[in-house]
Design a protein around this ligand. Structure first.
Ligand code: ZN
Ligand code: ZN
Length: 243
């Protein structure tokens, strides 16, 4: 399952049980096609980050994504893959060539121009994801103007931490709704969106870190702690091990 951002290319896997793939894939624009060795990218455990010259998902990049994020041990061996109709994704032969032995994969493409209706990420994930990032960025701009969120590595950490929040068990009903909204499933259970859950009740709460004088910026959807911006992304990177 994929969505396309106008600044970077990102690929996400959303499963029908309301879980996300263990790793998201993102391609950042670099004129040379490489990250400068003097400025290495951070090592985020839930992201595979690549440099690309364009926003087009080339066949090589698609295979890289399949091998690094999809056909990995924690993902089931039997897969029904619903993917967009980008040129590379319509090349089923190339995809099949990337499938390691022991996998049973069925590939179907979402027809062009219907993604808003029947592509589960496009229909339900994209909006809340963008909304969350917008709130995150706005908070940084207002309260931590020295922490430049638009700087490449800070932006990568933001995506990693937000992806960690979105993959919480708390959001399984929210993620499952993507499949209901697009007509693949009848499951429905009431949910709060990640923005509502994480930013809705933080006013006047203190940061959970002992002796921290800051007010909370977020309620972690995993460990349920209230955390300030510094302890979430600046001093610490809040990738707690709670599910
Ligand atoms: Zn946490
Ligand atoms: Zn704090």
């Amino acid at each position: 399952m994929l969505i396309l951002d106008n600044k970077m290319l990102e690929a996400y896997e959303l499963f029908m049980d309301g879980t996300l793939g263990p790793k998201a894939f993102m391609v950042l624009s670099e004129p040379t096609g490489h990250f400068p060795p003097t400025r290495p990218i951070p090592n985020c455990p839930n992201l595979e980050v690549r440099a690309g010259k364009s926003h087009i998902m080339t066949k090589d990049m698609m295979c890289d994504w399949l091998k690094s994020c999809v056909f990995i041990p924690s993902v089931p061996k039997k897969l029904f893959m619903l993917i967009d109709s980008w040129p590379s994704f319509k090349d089923h032969q190339t995809i099949e060539n990337c499938v390691p032995r022991g996998y049973d994969v069925t590939i179907r493409n979402v027809p062009p121009n219907t993604t808003g209706l029947i592509q589960p990420l496009d229909a339900h994930w994209n909006g809340p994801w963008k909304n969350f990032l917008k709130k995150f960025t706005a908070y940084a701009l207002i309260f931590y103007p020295d922490y430049i969120i638009a700087q490449r590595n800070n932006e990568i950490w933001m995506i990693s931490l937000v992806y960690h929040q979105f993959s919480a068990r708390e959001f399984q009903p929210f993620l499952k709704y993507s499949w209901k909204k697009t007509g693949y499933s009848d499951f429905y259970s009431p949910f709060l969106t990640p923005s509502e859950y994480c930013f809705g009740k933080v006013d006047h709460e203190d940061c959970y870190s002992p002796n921290c004088p800051n007010l909370a910026f977020i309620k972690c959807s995993r460990c349920k702690e209230f955390i300030c911006f510094e302890h979430f992304i600046i001093k610490d990177k809040h990738l707690c091990t709670s599910v």
